[in-house]
Write a protein that binds this ligand. Sequence first.
Ligand code: FAD
Length: 353
Amino acid sequence: MTQQRDVVVVGGGQAGLAAGYHLRRRGLDFVILDADAMPGGSWQHMWDSLHLFSPAEHSSLPGRLMPAQAGETYPGAGHVVNYLADYEKRYDLPVQHGTRVKAVHHDTDRLLVEADSGTWRARAVISATGNWSRPFLPAVPGHSTFTGRHLHTVNYRSPADFAGQRVVVVGGGNSGAQIGADLALDGRVEVTWVTRRPPRFLLDDIDGRALFGVATARRRALDAGRIDTGGVASLGDIVAVPSVRTARDAGLLTAKPMFTRLTVTGVRWADGSQSNADAIVWCTGFRPALSHLAPLNLRGSRGRIPTDGTRALGEPRLHLLGYGDWTGPASATLIGVGRTARDAARAITQQLS
Ligand code: FAD
């Protein structure tokens, strides 16, 4: 049976919940369809030792401050999962977990949302499916010849899985640095960290609070037609969270330039020498998870859909939330997504009236 809603939100991670909060405030009739069986979005799949790069009070969704985690300045991923589960319940958000959206189609005056458990006709759709389910692996010569384990950030859980092994961690962003530090500090793993360019650490006293401030200042500057300051990217790539700082200061987190190819047993360096490895952990980022929107034929470059704010340029009834700065400054962060969600809910309300 086909159900009707004003708005269908696809994805029930932090972005989908923030959308739900603002849709509810505007009195719209909506449902949130989420592929995961449990609340928490991608946070429930992240590695055991992961901590936020901002304190709890600077990592909150609209309406409800994240409580502090006892004994931790920077809350762990499990704490975020609990917060999101509580948020969902507190605002009685209509999330249908375990419901994967397969496709969104045009359907005369509506959009048709086809999920594995039913079909919804909607006057507007917010896509908030994040990036976690689309890990990106670069093409590297010899990839398929390597007989050890290939993992991506999404498959990494803890150093215990690599005790006694030689692991090459690839990637100069936060995931690479944090997983490299996690493995190096454990003491049982021989870690080699490789990056395409020398790693750029942010100053030690810069955490997510300062980053959000910089992102906000950039947005104001752009809105006012002033010069683009370059925002957060101009400061560096890696937040020196405590584990990264400890490993770096102990000399355990020193990056090597990228290897030239993979061999059967490991990697070959630019000078022709080789190192053996049992596993390669690719911390090489993500692409937006947008395959359910393929029937709408909206694809732009880099796997994105061109938008004006959150609204898709080619389909005004479709909004994209989260994913990255391209859907709104800091839209892929806990503290930043609230504002973009508010803007999307406002635009949809205007459209429906
Ligand atoms: P997700 O959390 O990925 O949620 C998407 C939801 O959509 C999931 O529940 C999924 O099941 C569902 N879904 C996907 N496809 C479908 C489909 N076809 N049908 C139905 N449902 C679907 N941000 C911060 O603010 N602070 C930090 O410290 C921080 N650290 C980070 C560390 C790492 C390693 C990473 C990767 C990110 C970090 N971020 C941080 C960034 C950001 O907060 C996360 O990426 C965040 O999880 C994005 O939320 P989201 O709701 O957009 O997507």
